[in-house]
Design a binder for this molecule. Structure first.
Ligand SMILES: Cc1cc2nc3c(=O)[nH]c(=O)nc-3n(C[C@H](O)[C@H](O)[C@H](O)COP(=O)(O)OP(=O)(O)OC[C@H]3O[C@@H](n4cnc5c(N)ncnc54)[C@H](O)[C@@H]3O)c2cc1C
Length: 486
C-alpha cells in the first residue's frame, strides 16, 4: 500500500537510499517512505540467493536484478548494468569496500574534507581486522580482508610479484598513507555480500515510521514553483501521488539526473527538446560524469584453480592506476557474460575524460545513452598503456600460476586500437549531478538542489568526481552524513 503522505520520501533503495532511510528510521518523530523500482524482500532469509553469494555478480544479460543501459566506450557501443532491486548496485557488486583517498576530497567543497568525512567512514563500518583511530567498531557494514592463509593463488601470486617488483606492501588500504599492494577491504561476511540493504535496512524494517515500497517507480518529482511537494509514482496499479515534506533522490547516477529532468530541472535547452516545462535551469544535470576506464589484459592460468570467495582479494595502486587480479574469469563470476579468459584489470583511477547522458527526445522515459568519452585525452591513453606494461610485467613474474606463453602482448604492441578493443568500465559512475557552487554544480554542500526547495540528491551523482577507488564506501558514508544533516 502506497502511503498518501510522508515527511521524507527517499527515491531509490540502493546503496545510498537504504543507508539514508535506515538512519532516518532510527529517529522517531518523522515518517519516511523509501521507494524502490525493483523487487524487494523483507529479511536476509528471504533475499534472492544470487544477491547473497559474493563470489558471483548477478549482472549478466539475463539478470532479473539489474537495469541495462546502452553505452559508448571510446565510441564503441556496449551495455552496462546497474542494480535494480532493493539494495541497488550495492546488492550486486564486487564487495570491494575501500574508502576514497584523503586527496580525493580536495575536489569536494571544504566541508567534505577528509577530516570531515573520516568520522562518518568510521560510523558506517565495523572492521574486524583493525581497531585503531582510522576504523569503526560499531557500524552496520562488516569489513574484513581475506586472511593470508586463505588467499586465492592468483591474488597471492600477484601480491608477491608486485612486492618483488618494488611496490610497497600496504597492510590497510582504508588508512591514509603511501600507496602500494595489499588485501582488499571487503563488505563480505561468511561469503555473503553485505550491502546496505542487508546490513542497514533489514534491521530497520521494524521501525514504525518507515515504509518501504518496492516495485514502485518514481516518475517525477512534483514541483509547486521551485518547491518539491511530492512524488508521482507508478506501483503497477496506475499512477499515484505521495505528498512529501522533503524529497531525497537516491536513484543512482543515471536515474537521479533523469528524474530531475523529468521534473523540469536541468539544462533549459535539453528540457525544451524533451518537451518538459522548465522549473530550474541547471546546465550540469546529466553532464560531465566520471567513471574508471578499465582495460582487461587477458592471460591463462597454468592449471585449473578454484573460484575465490571474493572476485578481487588483492590490488595494486600507483598514483594513477589500480591493477586488479580477478580471481575467476568473468564467465564464472558474472553468469552469462561469456568471457571465459581470466583477465588482469588495469584501471585509470583519476581519468580526465568526462561523459554525458543522452536522452531520447521522442521518449524521455526510454533508457538514456551513456557516452563516456573514454580515451579522448592523450594523457589517459598514455597512462593506460603504462598500466598495461606494468600488468604484463607482473603476469610474467607470477610463477607457477600464470601460463607464461599466454601473456598476449608486450608494451610496444599496445596502441590506441588495442586499448579500445580491450576497454570496459569499472561501473563506478559518479558526478552526473555534481556538488559545488560553480555554474555546473547541481547541489550545494548539503546536497540541496540549487534553485529548488525541499529537494535533495544524495547518491553517487553528487560526487564532484569519481574517487580514485571504488565508490561504494564513499557513497554509504555520504548518505549516512546527509541523514544527519536532514
Ligand atoms: C556490477 C557492479 C559492480 C560494482 N562493484 C563495486 C565494488 O566492488 N566496489 C565499489 O566500491 N563499487 C562497486 N560498484 C559501484 C557501486 O556499487 C555503486 O557506485 C553504488 O552502489 C551506487 O550507489 P547509489 O546509491 O548511487 O546507486 P544504486 O545503488 O545503483 O541505487 C539506485 C537505486 O535506485 C533505484 N531507482 C532508480 N530509479 C528509480 C525510480 N525512478 N524510482 C524508484 N527507484 C529507482 C534503482 O533500482 C536502485 O536500486 C559496482 C557497480 C556495479 C554495477
Amino acid at each position: 500500500m502506497i502511503p498518501a503522505r510522508a515527511d521524507i520520501v527517499v527515491v531509490g533503495g540502493g546503496s545510498a537510499g537504504c543507508t539514508l532511510a535506515a538512519t532516518l528510521a532510527g529517529r522517531p518523530g518523522r515518517t519516511v517512505v523509501l521507494l524502490e523500482s525493483g523487487p524487494g524482500y523483507a529479511s536476509t532469509g528471504t533475499a534472492p540467493p544470487e544477491l547473497l553469494d559474493a563470489s558471483r555478480l548477478p549482472v549478466g544479460p539475463e539478470s532479473r536484478w539489474t537495469a541495462q543501459y546502452p553505452v559508448l566506450l571510446a565510441g564503441r557501443p556496449g551495455t552496462i548494468a546497474r542494480g535494480r532491486v532493493l539494495g541497488g548496485s550495492g546488492a550486486v557488486n564486487g564487495g570491494y569496500f575501500v574508502r576514497g583517498r584523503p586527496g580525493d576530497f580536495d575536489a569536494w567543497p571544504p566541508s567534505w574534507s577528509f577530516d570531515h568525512v573520516l568520522p562518518y567512514f568510521r560510523l558506517i563500518e565495523h572492521d574486524s581486522d583493525f581497531g585503531d583511530e582510522w576504523h569503526g567498531a560499531a557500524g552496520p557494514v562488516p569489513v574484513s580482508r581475506t586472511p593470508w592463509s586463505r588467499l586465492h593463488a592468483v591474488a597471492r601470486a600477484f601480491h608477491d610479484a608486485a612486492v618483488a617488483a618494488g611496490h610497497l606492501p600496504v597492510e590497510d588500504l582504508n588508512a591514509p598513507g603511501p600507496v602500494g599492494v595489499g588485501r582488499v577491504p571487503l563488505n563480505i561476511a561468511n561469503g555473503v555480500r553485505m550491502g546496505p540493504a542487508l546490513s542497514s535496512l533489514m534491521p530497520a524494517l521494524a521501525s514504525p515510521n518507515l515504509t518501504v515500497c518496492s516495485g514502485t517507480r518514481a516518475r517525477r518529482v512534483v514541483m509547486s514553483g521551485a518547491e518539491a511537494v511530492g512524488v508521482e509514482v507508478d506501483g503497477g496499479d496506475g499512477v499515484a501521488f505521495i505528498e512529501a515534506g522533503s524529497v531525497v533522490l537516491c536513484a543512482g547516477a543515471v536515474e537521479s539526473p533523469r528524474l530531475l529532468l523529468l521534473s523540469g530541472i536541468g539544462p533549459a535547452d535539453e528540457l525544451a527538446t524533451l518537451g518538459v516545462a522548465p522549473v530550474v535551469d541547471l546546465p550540469g544535470v546529466g553532464t560531465g560524469f566520471t567513471d574508471h576506464p578499465e582495460v582487461a589484459v587477458p592471460y591463462r592460468y597454468r592449471s585449473d584453480l578454484p573460484l575465490g570467495t571474493a572476485v578481487l582479494e588483492t590490488v595494486l595502486h600507483t598514483d594513477e592506476l589500480e591493477l586488479r587480479p580477478y580471481t575467476a574469469p568473468f564467465a564464472d563470476s558474472v553468469p552469462g557474460s561469456g568471457a571465459a579468459v581470466p583477465v588482469l584489470g588495469v584501471v585509470l583511477t583519476r581519468p580526465r575524460s568526462r561523459g554525458r547522458l543522452i536522452f531520447d527526445a521522442r521518449d524521455p522515459y526510454a533508457a538514456p545513452l551513456l557516452d563516456y568519452g573514454y580515451l579522448d585525452d592523450p594523457r589517459d591513453r598514455a597512462a593506460l598503456r603504462h598500466g598495461v606494461a606494468t600488468a604484463v610485467h607482473l603476469l610474467a613474474a607470477m610463477d607457477g600460476v600464470v601460463d607464461p606463453h599466454s601473456v598476449p602482448t608486450g608494451a610496444a604492441d599496445v596502441d590506441d586500437e588495442w586499448l579500445a578493443a580491450h576497454l570496459g568500465t569499472s561501473q563506478h559512475l559518479s558526478g552526473s549531478c555534481r556538488m559545488g557552487s560553480d555554474d555546473s554544480a547541481v547541489v550545494d554542500d548539503r546536497c540541496r538542489v540549487h534553485g529548488a526547495e525541499r529537494l535533495f540528491v544524495a547518491d553517487t551523482s553528487v560526487f564532484p568526481q569519481v574517487p580514485s577507488r571504488g565508490p561504494h564506501a564513499t557513497v554509504v558514508m555520504l548518505a549516512r552524513r546527509v541523514a544527519d544533516a536532514l
